[in-house]
Design a protein around this ligand. Sequence first.
Ligand code: ADP
Length: 499
Amino acid sequence: MQTANSKSSTLSELIFKQAFIDGTWVDAQSKANFTVYNPLTQASITKVANLGAQDVELAINAAQVALESWRSKLPSDRARLLMKWHDLILAHQDSLAQLMVLEQGKPYPEARGEVKYGASFIKWFAEEALRDQGAIIPPFAKGRKLLVLRQAVGVVAAITPWNFPNAMITRKCAPALAAGCTVVVKPAEDTPLSALALADLAIKAGIPKGVFNVVTCDREQATEVGKLLCTHPLVRKVGFTGSTAIGKLVMNMASSTVKRVSLELGGNAPLIVFEDADLDLALKGLFASKFRNAGQTCICANRIFVHQDVIEDFTQKLIAKCQNLKLGDGANPETAIGPLINPRAIKRVQQLLLQAQKDGAHILYGGRILDQNLQESKQGVFLEPTIITGLDNHSELAQSELFAPIVNLIPFNDEKEVIQQANDTPYGLAAYFFSEDHRRIWRVSEALEYGMVGVNDGSISSAVAPFGGVKESGIGREGSSWGLDEFIEMKYVMLGGLN
Ligand code: ADP
């Protein structure tokens, strides 16, 4: 739906270099900047304000000042502003997707899909805000009324990763804003531009100053900025998506002031192909889950357990299908797999593959690092889709979150054994399996120690469903009607003396 101010901006009109605090574009007080790189060319896109703790303190204070009037608005007024933001995001989806390709590298259709997916959280929570209801509890004594009010938690810090530069922000901020909280977003250093573009559209949508703030900084400053966000007494909740290591640190720091936390951390998803599976469906599911975003999602299938009876057939089909995956510039419509996010990620993958070979892995397909012209190069930006076999579940590669287009095939013989192996990891985010046996489907769904299970499908994410993990994959749920609870405090009010 096009509205008066929804005329789509061009890509260059959506590139902002300053942070966004209290409705104003600001530089760091130190005037420091950091460079945002294009992961394909490794060239600079632009420089962005590199904030320090004193700048972020201003953002927290602005969010606290804005809290009073934002949380006392009617939920329908907050919902109306959120829907304007949603409509503007959709009106600018092409430029937002181009911007995402530029700073993150994912193929354009995926980037556009993410912008729509990101917007879907705003719509969902704008609607949920209208339905959020407290309770009246039957009293325990005469002359008393027992009420439960649901109130906004307060100022929220959202610390987000680079793999979904748009949707990880909206998935946290939409429920926070709908509940009446104000937010300070700290986007990942690799992808601050999508976050700043969202801020521009938020202000155009009429979201009041101080309600949505974006503080940008580089990796070095993230320690100081992260510490302030996680320890500042005015911040009442931290929503974090990122690695388990930093998630533990966030939880630890947040404990100093007993903040609420929701953590969406690493995963090591098993994908199990049983002997009774529809193999074509399993391959489709594997491709959907494994190669999206060049394998750089926390719910990407990581360990592919395939029953001995079907592994040969499955592997042949897999290799044939991998030959159609084109590496390249995300802006090219033929590209299926873009570059990995940065040189650090390339180095990590090289080391993982080297160690895997020492541990007995055979590379059945791919395995080379390629530069942007698709020539083999140690300093390249792509990892070919890679299929390996010969590793057991305890090898370093099988126990790591891959974040790369690597298919690690592990054969198995029986259901009990594969469930035990699938659960044998500290992680517990997503799991997938393929089977045509309805009794097994129920049994295995219950037995997998994961927050999310995809059965006969590799795409599970939606604004309507609770996203989150168990064990070291996190705490709390994002999306769904439960997602709002993360930003709401229950207050018990007892009215006495009424007899
Ligand atoms: P990745 O390794 O994929 O970059 P991280 O967990 O390191 O994942 O990063 C996720 C987010 O956490 C990013 O926004 C990053 O800047 C931020 N971050 C990094 N270090 C810290 C820290 N010490 N405290 C708080 N946030 C941090």
